[in-house]
Design a protein around this ligand. Structure first.
Ligand code: PLP
Length: 469
C-alpha cells in the first residue's frame, strides 16, 4: 500500500532519483548502443501488469520506467543518431524544459502565466530576427512542424477566402469558393495531412513536377498558375526531407506574388539555413512568402515537442486560431495570449526552452550549430564516396546525405539493417526516385568529427562484411 501518494514531501526524493537516472542516461549516451535491443515482447513482459488497485510506491515506479531505457529506447539524442531528422537537446534546453514541467504552467493565456507569455513573446521576436522575416509576423509555438504547417495553412485558407468575400471561420467550406492548392511532387507528407485537417483534402492538390534533387520546378509552377483563377495557395519547401534541397524560393515567390496567391514554405529544418552565413543563399527569396513553418525540436535541439508557425499577416493568423469564451480572461492590451496563435487551448510552455536556447547560444552559436552539422554531413558523404561500390545520390548542400550500395536495393537495405544491429550509429532508409537509399541526417548539436568518422567506419565494415560473403 502506497502511503506517499498525496504527500508533497516526496518531491525531493523523487526528483533526486529522477536526476540520478537522467545523469546516468546522459553519461552513457555518447557510448551506448544507439539502437534499441529489447523486443516488444520483452518490454510488455516487464511492464504490463493489472492496474494496481492501491498503487505502487512512486519511487519504485520511477525506477521501473528508467530501468528499461537502456535496452528499450533508441538513443535518438545520441551524437551518432542520424535517422529521420532528429535533434538532441542541448544542456540549457533540457534544464529549461525541466523547469517547464516543474512549474506546470498552463501557457494558453497571459492571465495564467505572465512569465511564460513574456518569454514566448521575446523568443518569437528573436526567431523573426534570426530568420530575417517580417518582424510583425504572427508567431505560434506548436508541437512540431506538422501543426506549424496546419496553423499556417489555416491562416492561408482564411486569407484567400476573405479576399474572395467568404468568411471561412463562420461559414465553413460548404458552399465556399473553390481553393486551388498547389504543392510540389516532393512536398512533405505533413502538408497533405494539414490539408486533410483543413477540409481541403488531398486528391485535388495540383502537383508541380520536381527536379532530380527534389526541387519544385518554377517554370512548371508558372505554367500551372497561368491556368488558375481564384483563391490559390502554393506550398513550397526549404529543405527536402531526403536531399536537403531547397525549392527555388525567389522564383516561386515572384510567381505567386504576381498571381496573387498565398505562398507557404515548409522549412522544418531548412529554415535554419537562414541563421548560417554560409547557407543563407539556399533560402534566398524565402521572405517573399506569406507563411513559414519550422521545427525547434530538430535543428535547434530543444526537447520534444516544439515547432513554430510564422505568418506575415498576423491578423489572418490570429483570426484563424483565436478562441474566446466568457470565462476566459483574455487581454486586450499588449499582453500575448498564446491561444490566439496556436490550435491548442491549454498548452505546455514549449517556448521556454526555445527562449533559453536562443539566449544561451546566441546567433553565433546557432550559426555554428548549423554549419557544424553540415560539415559533418559533407565529411561522411566524402568518406563514404571514397569506397568502391558506394554512391552518394544527392548534392550534399545541407545536412542530408543519401547513400546507395552496389547500386542495389537489397544490398542497400542489408547495409542499413546491419548498421542498426551493429549499434555504433543508427540511420534509416528511403526510396529516392525509385531507388533504395540509406539516409543520413546530421542534426544533433553534439555530433563531432570523431562521431562522423566512427560511424563511417561502422557503415563500411558492415558493407565490406556483406561483400565478403
Ligand atoms: C519533420 C518534417 C515535418 C514534420 O515535422 P514534425 O515536427 O515531425 O511535425 C514537416 N516537413 C519537413 C520537411 C520535415 O522534415
Amino acid at each position: 500500500m502506497a502511503t506517499d501518494r498525496f504527500q508533497s514531501a516526496v518531491f525531493d526524493e523523487y526528483l533526486e532519483k529522477a536526476g540520478r537516472h537522467a545523469a546516468h542516461y546522459l553519461r552513457r549516451l555518447p557510448d551506448r548502443h544507439v539502437g534499441a535491443k529489447a523486443t516488444r515482447e520483452e518490454l510488455i513482459a516487464a511492464l504490463r501488469a493489472p492496474l494496481p488497485e492501491h498503487g505502487d510506491e512512486g519511487g519504485e515506479v520511477i525506477d521501473l520506467i528508467a530501468g528499461h531505457v537502456d535496452r528499450g529506447a533508441v538513443a535518438c539524442n545520441s551524437p551518432r543518431y542520424f535517422g529521420f531528422v532528429v535533434g538532441g537537446a542541448t544542456p540549457v534546453a533540457l534544464a529549461a524544459d525541466w523547469l517547464v514541467s516543474t512549474w506546470d504552467q498552463n501557457a494558453g493565456i497571459y492571465a495564467i502565466s505572465p512569465l511564460v507569455s513574456v518569454l514566448e513573446e521575446v523568443a518569437a521576436q528573436w526567431l523573426l530576427d534570426l530568420f530575417d522575416l517580417p518582424r510583425d509576423a504572427g508567431v505560434g509555438f506548436v508541437t512540431g512542424c506538422q501543426m506549424a504547417n496546419f496553423t499556417c495553412l489555416a491562416a492561408a485558407r482564411h486569407a484567400v477566402l476573405r479576399r474572395a468575400g467568404w468568411d471561412v471561420e463562420a461559414d465553413g467550406l460548404i458552399g465556399a469558393p473553390r481553393i486551388h492548392v498547389v504543392a510540389s511532387a516532393e512536398s512533405h507528407i505533413t502538408i497533405d495531412v494539414a490539408l486533410r485537417y483543413l477540409g481541403l483534402g488531398t486528391r485535388s492538390v495540383l502537383r508541380v513536377e520536381s527536379d532530380g534533387q527534389g526541387r519544385m520546378r518554377a517554370d512548371r509552377l508558372r505554367e500551372l498558375l497561368a491556368t488558375l483563377d481564384g483563391p490559390t495557395i502554393v506550398c513550397a519547401q526549404a529543405g527536402n526531407v531526403n536531399t536537403g534541397a531547397f525549392d527555388p524560393l525567389r522564383e516561386i515567390g515572384e510567381a505567386t506574388r504576381a498571381h496573387g496567391a498565398w505562398l507557404h514554405v515548409d522549412g522544418a529544418f531548412g529554415l535554419w539555413a537562414r541563421a548560417s552565413a554560409a547557407h543563407r543563399a539556399l533560402a534566398d527569396g524565402i521572405d517573399l512568402a506569406d507563411s513559414w513553418a519550422t521545427d525547434a525540436h530538430k535543428w535547434l535541439n530543444v526537447p520534444y515537442d516544439s515547432g513554430v508557425a510564422m505568418v506575415r499577416d498576423a491578423e489572418a493568423h490570429r483570426t484563424a486560431m483565436t478562441s474566446t469564451a466568457a470565462y476566459l480572461v483574455q487581454t486586450r492590451g499588449a499582453e500575448r495570449d498564446a491561444v490566439d496563435w496556436v490550435p491548442e487551448f491549454s498548452r505546455r510552455a514549449r517556448g521556454v526552452p526555445v527562449y533559453a536556447t536562443l539566449r544561451a547560444l546566441g546567433s553565433d552559436g546557432i550559426q555554428d550549430l548549423i554549419a557544424r552539422s553540415c560539415a559533418r554531413a559533407t565529411q561522411m558523404a566524402e568518406a563514404l564516396a571514397g569506397e568502391d561500390g558506394v554512391r552518394i545520390l544527392n548534392d550534399v548542400v545541407l545536412n542530408q546525405v543519401l547513400v546507395r550500395f552496389d547500386d542495389d536495393d537489397d544490398v542497400t537495405r542489408a547495409v542499413i539493417d546491419g548498421v542498426q544491429r551493429e549499434g555504433t550509429c543508427w540511420l534509416g532508409g528511403t526510396v529516392w526516385q525509385g531507388r533504395g537509399a540509406m539516409r543520413i541526417s546530421v542534426s544533433n548539436w553534439a555530433t563531432t568529427e570523431d562521431d562522423a568518422a566512427r560511424s563511417v567506419t561502422a557503415i563500411l565494415k558492415v558493407f565490406r562484411g556483406l561483400r565478403g560473403r
